[in-house]
Design a binder for this molecule. Structure first.
Ligand SMILES: Cc1ncc(C[n+]2csc(CCOP(=O)(O)OP(=O)(O)O)c2C)c(N)n1
Ligand SMILES: [Mg+2]
Length: 327
């Protein structure tokens, strides 16, 4: 297992808090009507995003899914621009036109999500293959949920990634449910690593609520890919606090286990303290610092101007501005 320094462990911990506080602030503002459109919150999955972010390099690409807001800023886009994007403001990273599902940032190789589950797996494969053909040592990380395993693109992209030894890091956030359908009710296996193994892709399944396990598995996967050995699949077993929509049923014992007994930040905090890396007071101070940082982003977004309607079609289609479709 790769070694991890105390500083690195604390950085992983801080970034879990940054994801948590971002999502909580976002949910609060959504309920206040400040965040337009659809919103999928990833509370409870913070360790997975922190592990991915701390493994990727700037030159690596990300293909995030609908619960990856945290990954967008952990990849390097200023957080206030991500928050402003979600508020639909002109200062957002896509000038307020992308929102939650379509925030992309070419400067940090964030290729953005889209509304069609799994489709971006094929895009990630194409980008990864292109980089390989160009002799670059970058990898393309694509984040998918368990529900996406039912899509054709999942199987098509894994098959060809394996054949072409393309540098794709498949990261599956298996939170147990797609909308309200459990994994076992919709897939031939509850262990989605089985699918990757069928395509001869090395695959590892880890506890996605254990930040060290998640980080170390992701590191091993990236090392394999960077050594030119082809794709790798990491399955994080985790759980999202929210249902797909409010009022959704969740078994009480699951809620208790994942929110109280096996909650990623609480577990990391106890471990950091037990190992003598930081005192409980120091760890609590991190939470407060992060909270202030995120609330600063919220204030920035709230104070930012709305987009100019005259620019609605700018940067949407190449060479196809308002004038051309009116004529
Ligand atoms: C092709 C396609 N079918 C259906 C949807 C609607 N949809 C959005 S999220 C989702 C569930 C996805 O489940 P999962 O992949 O497990 O991710 P989770 O929401 O649990 O994070 C569905 C069915 C979609 N976006 N695209
Ligand atoms: Mg799911």
């Amino acid at each position: 297992m790769p070694e991890i320094s105390s500083d690195q462990y604390l950085a992983l911990f801080r970034d879990m808090w940054r994801v948590r506080k971002f999502e909580q602030a976002l949910e609060r503002e959504f309920k206040r009507g400040k965040v337009p459109g659809m919103l999928h919150i990833g509370l409870g999955q913070e360790a997975t995003l922190s592990a991915i972010a701390h493994t990727l390099r700037k030159e690596d690409g990300i293909f995030p899914d609908h619960r990856c807001h945290g990954l967008l800023f952990l990849k390097g886009t200023p957080g206030k621009q991500i928050m402003a994007e979600l508020f639909g403001r002109a200062t957002g990273i896509c000038s307020g036109k992308g929102g939650s599902l379509h925030s992309a940032d070419a400067s940090v190789n964030n290729f953005g999500d889209n509304g069609v589950q799994g489709s971006y797996m094929v895009t990630a494969l194409g980008v990864a293959l292109g980089w390989k053909m160009q002799g670059k040592n970058s990898l393309a990380a694509v984040v998918v949920g368990d529900g996406t395993a039912g899509r054709g693109e999942w199987h098509e992209s894994m098959n060809l990634a394996s054949v072409w030894k393309a540098p794709v890091l498949f990261v599956c956030v298996n939170n147990g449910y797609a909308i309200s359908t459990s994994v076992g009710a919709s897939h031939a296996t509850e262990d989605l690593v089985d699918f990757a193994k069928a395509y001869k892709i090395p695959a590892i399944q880890v506890d996605g609520n254990d930040i060290l396990a998640a980080y170390q598995a992701t590191q091993e996967a990236a090392a394999h890919i960077r050594a030119g050995k082809g794709p790798y699949f990491v399955e994080y077993k985790t759980w999202r606090w929210q249902g797909m929509f409010s009022g959704e049923f969740r078994p009480a014992e699951e809620v208790k286990y994942f929110k109280e007994e096996h909650e990623p930040i609480t577990m990391a905090k106890a471990d950091l303290h037990k190992k003598g890396i930081a005192s409980l007071e120091q760890l609590d101070a991190i939470e407060k610092e992060v909270e202030a940082e995120i609330e600063g982003w919220v204030a920035y977004a709230q104070e930012s101007p709305m987009p100019d309607p005259a620019k609605a079609t700018a940067n949407v289609y190449v060479g196809w501005e308002v004038e051309s479709w009116q004529s």
